[in-house]
Design a protein around this ligand. Structure first.
Ligand code: CUA
Length: 342
């Protein structure tokens, strides 16, 4: 009777542990998961997904089999109360078993290696008609240079949908890693070294990514955003990026802002075509053609710009842009100027 109650208790405890484990597993499921790897939005990500899915299934079966046998062994051969007989027979070596559990995993690995190597070769080929973009990692934002088109921008990678994009990856400071899960796997961005990757978006849309190599205090604030346009929209975007910056008329708040931009040192770090040539911070010539700033962590609007200009390292710890000690009025004027940079 006593043994029976003990047993029920133990099973209840086991059930509770199982339920907790299931709950933990379920927390990994999210409705809104823009960075999921399970919804590829382009041929490169799809090729990777088509390899990862069957490998995961094979690994899952092996895992369940091995763990299941471990649980069976633990339960079946556990010590029981009153078990004071002689020690069970000790077994050493079993040729047939050992050959089996060496050969079967070797065959499984070999079977997985064939599609894996094929995928590696498939992905190593960059399509000839690709759009070339140089991606430069900075603490803590991305610079994009379209050298063939003579334009550059920051934080948001604008691409045409349905066209392969070839990325040349470089870093000016530390190791970053470029990853837009819906479009491709990650590739490290290493100072003094040039890495390459390529991808293509099937459809116009916005694809969120993330720096995936710890690169300093604001590593988590170093987002990556790819915006895929229809080819016509992309051409319009390129044309707009090529346009010169607008110079605000004198005696406007924006004109005061332009003066502050030069006087407060902004010009030393940021490029505004025709105004300044700073290379430390993001290019601002067409800032307001973008939707986000500060490593794509903030929506580009007046409220967020104010928050940012009041104290950049307070928003993005480790930011190279210092707190310039601007007054409220100066911030208002600077924002008025930035808003003209469309
Ligand atoms: Cu850049 Cu982490």
């Amino acid at each position: 009777m006593n043994g029976f109650t003990n047993c029920t208790k133990r099973f209840r405890r086991l059930g509770a542990v199982g339920a907790a484990g299931l709950l933990l597993a379920l927390t990994a499921c999210a409705e809104n998961a823009p960075q999921t790897t399970f919804e590829p939005a382009g041929p490169v990500a799809r090729t990777i997904n088509n390899l990862a899915n069957p490998v995961f299934i094979v690994a899952g079966i092996v895992f369940l089999l091995v763990q299941g046998l471990v649980v069976v062994a633990v339960v079946k051969f556990r010590a029981r109360p009153g078990d004071d007989g002689p020690e069970p027979r000790q077994v050493h070596g079993n040729t047939r078993l050992e050959v089996g559990w060496t050969l079967i995993p070797a065959l499984i690995l070999f079977a997985i290696a064939i599609p894996t190597i094929k995928t590696i070769f498939d992905l190593s080929h960059t399509p000839d008609n690709a759009l070339n973009v140089t991606v430069i990692g900075h603490q803590f934002w991305w610079e994009y240079r379209y050298d063939d088109l003579g334009i550059s921008t920051a934080n948001e990678l604008n691409i045409p949908a349905g066209v392969p994009v070839s990325l040349t990856l470089e870093s000016v400071d530390v190791i970053h890693s470029y990853w837009i899960p819906a479009l491709a796997g990650k590739t490290d961005v290493i100072p003094g070294r040039t890495n390459r990757m390529h991808f293509e978006a099937d459809n116009p849309g916005t694809y969120l990514g993330q720096c995936t190599e710890y690169c300093g205090l604001s590593h988590a604030n170093m987002r990556a955003l790819a915006i895929a346009h229809t080819p016509a929209e992309f051409d319009a975007w390129v044309a707009a990026q090529r346009a010169p910056a607008v110079t605000p008329g004198s005696s406007s708040a924006a004109f005061e802002g332009l003066n502050l931009f030069n006087a407060k040192g902004c010009a030393g770090c940021h490029t505004v075509a025709g105004v300044s040539q700073g290379k430390v911070g993001p290019e601002l010539t067409h800032l307001y053609s973008r939707t986000t700033f500060a490593g794509s962590t903030l929506a580009l609007d007046e409220e967020n710009l104010r928050l940012w200009l009041e104290n950049p390292p307070g928003v993005k710890p480790g930011s190279l842009m210092p707190n310039l000690g601007l007054t409220e009025e100066e911030i208002t004027q600077l924002i008025a100027y930035l808003e003209t940079l469309k």
